[in-house]
Design a protein around this ligand. Sequence first.
Ligand code: AMP
Ligand code: MG
Length: 352
Amino acid sequence: MNRLKKGLFLFCLLGLLASFAGCSQNENQSTEPVGKVYFNWFDTVSYVYSYAGDPAERFEELSAGVSGILTEYHQLFDIYHEYSGINNLCTVNRLAGGDPLPVDPKLIDFLLYAKDLYEKTDGEMNILLGSVLKIWHDHRTQALDDPSAAALPDQDALEEAARHTDISLLEIDAEKGTVRLADAAAAIDVGAVGKGYATEKAAEYLQQQGAASYVLNIGGNIRIIGQKPDGSGWNTAVKDPEDPENSYAAILKIADTACVTSGNYERFFAVSGKQYHHIIDPDTLWPAEYFASVTVVTRDSGLADVLSTALFCMSYEDGLALANALGGVDVLWIEHDGTLRYTDGLADKFTN
Ligand code: AMP
Ligand code: MG
């Protein structure tokens, strides 16, 4: 799990523990927040916490429900492994250029969602960027394995890969329940949206079960379900990109919403002293350079995940216009010199 998002959650947890200290309970309720940690989704660490004072059996039941949902989406979205009896995104990529592949209706819904968000973000969040992202991924892996072999991608190779990223190559037949990539060199990568989308499905389940005062941190995608028992929000910290290990750039008090950050310090490698991070601007095919981090606060965790990546790849003016057009979306942009810019809706959320 990246450190910003871990720190963000831990800060949230500490704030909650403090606020719970003076609460009274009835005898069937636990005195402290209860939580579970999971290591098996999206190659990262996740937490499910309840601050509702639920009896232990209810927390067990609800966290098992969340676990089932996230395990299913993890398997459907995995682009590196296949699972017996499931046609997942790894299968779709492997069979690129071949026949339409029958897939689970949940995968169809997700791909339709991602295609719609491609349009809404003017192509800045593109799950068909897989061929380009693979080049960056391979160079990052090589550099991290052996820093002396660190090298930048070849521009011609990036441009050749970019010829296979048109979103129309993803053919979805919702009636027949099939998916096909119409180009053997095309590939899907859902790193920008998969965790947030799956997190929202888990949040929907909790809400259907009548749960409140739950917090999900699924690999850094924070989704708060409801409010604190006293009706207030949680202190949620956004790390300082200049010193993500030790300091925060902002602390926001929020409830009943999602909070997702994309940052240039999350995954990167260095060549000749310059850092190259993991969020690729589709317009340049190189790491986006507009901001150090972008945090999106909006109710839907899937949208927050999509927008944190997309707004990272566009100017402040374009991002602000998109947030305003979508409505219900708040954003905190952190520039390279540490300047904070934010939407009006966040103005009264800062506690620092
Ligand atoms: P996030 O941390 O949510 O911003 O997602 C970053 C991940 O999404 C990267 O590790 C890539 O797998 C993928 N990605 C990077 N740039 C883009 C982009 N412009 N559109 C879609 N996916 C991207
Ligand atoms: Mg994202």
